[in-house]
Design a protein around this ligand. Structure first.
Ligand SMILES: Cc1ncc(C[n+]2csc(CCOP(=O)(O)OP(=O)(O)O)c2C)c(N)n1
Length: 359
C-alpha cells in the first residue's frame, strides 16, 4: 500500500530532447521540423528576449504600465505556441503576451494592454481571449472554449496557461475535470518557474510533480523540460493531435525559470532567490541551448542573430510610438467594451459618463 503514491509519481519523469549542451538525447522523439522551421523557432526566441529587455526599459521610463517579464520562459511559451495553428484559441495568463504576438496580435496592441488601454484587449483578428490576471481562472474559460470547438466539430484546440501557483486554485481542477469529462479540445499548460511571486514551488503542494495532477481529472499528463524548445514543441504537438482526434485534453508541466522579477510593480527576487540558483538556471538557458544545437547543424550564425535583434528593435520603436500616440481611452470606452450586451446598471453609468464627456 505505501508504494502506491511512489508508483504514480515515478511515471512523471521529465521529457527532454535537447540537453544543456544542445545535444539530442531522445532521437526517436525528434519532431519533424524543416531547417527553416527550426530557424524560425530561434528567431522567435531571440526576438522575444529583446522584446522583454525593451519592455522592462520602457516600463522604467514610465511608457509601459503593467509588465510581467518573460526572459527564461521563451522555450515554454514559444515552443508550445509553435505547435498551434491559426484557428486554435489561446487563453493566456498575464505573462503570456509573447504567444499572443506570435498568434498575430500587433505589437502596439500588446503595449496598449500594458498601458491598461481597452484596445490592448481587443482581438478581432486573433483567436485569443485577453490575458487573465486571476490565476487559474483561464482553465475554466478554456474548458468552455474547448468544448465549444468540439461541439462545432472544429479541428482546433483551446490552449491555456497558468503558473505553478495557479495549480493551487480550485479553478485549475474544475477546468481540467470538466474538460476531461467532455473530452474537450484542450491543452492545459503549467509553466512551473519555481515561484509564485515569492512562494517556492514546494510550498504549493506535496505532490512531486504538477503533471500528475492530470490523473485525478482522468486526462493525460506529462512533465517537460521547459528550457528545451524542441521538447515543449513535441509535447504540445502530440497533445494537439490527440485533442483534435477527440481523445481529450492533456496537461503539460514545463519546468522553467523566470530570470526577472515577478512583475515590474516592485518585486525584488533577491529577497527570495539566491544568486546561485539564478546561475544554475542560466546554464539551462533555452536560447543558448538551441543556438548550440543549430550551430552544430550549421543553421545559425551571429550575423543571423544580429539581424533578428535589429528587426526587433525597429519593430518595437515603431510599435511604442503608435501606442503612445493612440487616442487616450475615455471612461465610456471601457464601459462599452466590457460586455457584448451591457447590464442595465452599466447602461445608466454609460449614459452618465457620455454626458460628462460631451461637456
Ligand atoms: C485568484 C488569485 N489569487 C491571487 C492573485 C495574486 N497573484 C498574482 S500573480 C500570483 C502568483 C502566480 O504565480 P504562478 O501561478 O506560479 O505564475 P507566475 O507568475 O510565476 O507565472 C498571485 C498569487 C491573483 N492574481 N489571483
Amino acid at each position: 500500500m505505501k508504494h502506491v503514491l511512489e508508483s504514480v509519481e515515478s511515471q512523471f519523469e521529465m521529457f527532454q530532447i535537447l540537453n544543456e549542451d544542445g545535444k539530442v538525447v531522445a532521437k526517436d522523439d525528434m519532431p519533424a521540423l524543416s531547417d527553416e522551421e527550426l530557424k524560425e523557432l530561434m528567431r522567435r526566441m531571440v526576438y522575444t528576449r529583446i522584446l522583454d529587455q525593451r519592455s522592462i526599459a520602457l516600463n522604467r521610463q514610465g511608457r509601459l504600465g503593467f509588465y510581467a517579464p518573460t526572459a527564461g520562459q521563451e522555450a515554454s511559451q514559444l515552443g508550445s505556441h509553435f505547435a498551434l495553428e491559426k484557428e486554435d484559441f489561446i487563453l493566456p495568463g498575464y505573462r503570456d503576451v509573447p504567444q499572443l504576438i506570435w498568434h498575430g496580435l500587433p505589437l502596439y496592441q500588446a503595449f496598449l494592454f500594458s498601458k491598461g488601454h481597452f484596445h490592448g484587449n481587443q482581438m478581432p483578428e486573433v483567436n485569443a481571449l485577453p490575458p487573465q490576471i486571476i490565476i487559474g481562472a483561464q482553465y475554466v474559460q478554456a474548458a468552455g472554449v474547448g468544448l465549444g470547438l468540439k461541439m462545432r466539430g472544429k479541428k482546433a484546440v483551446a490552449i491555456t496557461y497558468t503558473g505553478d501557483g495557479g495549480t493551487s486554485q480550485g479553478d485549475f481542477y474544475e477546468g481540467m475535470n470538466f474538460a476531461g469529462a467532455y473530452a474537450a479540445n484542450n491543452i492545459f499548460i503549467v509553466q512551473n518557474n519555481g515561484f509564485a511571486i515569492s512562494v517556492p514551488r514546494d510550498k504549493q503542494t506535496a505532490a512531486k510533480t504538477l503533471a500528475q495532477k492530470a490523473i485525478a481529472a482522468g486526462i493525460e499528463g506529462i512533465q517537460v523540460d521547459g528550457m528545451d524548445v524542441l521538447a515543449v514543441y513535441a509535447a504540445t504537438k502530440y497533445a494537439r493531435e490527440r485533442a483534435i482526434e477527440g481523445k481529450g485534453p492533456m496537461l503539460i508541466e514545463t519546468i522553467t525559470y523566470r530570470y526577472g522579477p515577478h512583475t515590474m510593480a516592485g518585486d525584488d527576487p533577491t529577497r527570495y532567490r539566491s544568486a546561485d540558483l539564478d546561475t544554475e538556471w542560466e546554464k539551462k538557458d533555452p536560447l543558448v541551448r538551441f543556438r548550440k544545437f543549430l550551430e552544430g547543424k550549421k543553421l545559425w550564425s551571429e550575423e543571423e542573430e544580429n539581424k533578428v535583434i535589429e528587426q526587433a528593435k525597429e519593430d518595437i520603436k515603431e510599435a511604442i510610438k503608435k501606442a503612445d500616440q493612440y487616442p487616450k481611452q475615455k471612461v465610456t470606452d471601457f464601459i462599452s467594451n466590457m460586455f457584448e450586451t451591457l447590464p442595465s446598471n452599466l447602461v445608466e453609468q454609460l449614459e452618465e459618463y457620455k454626458a460628462k464627456e460631451s461637456k
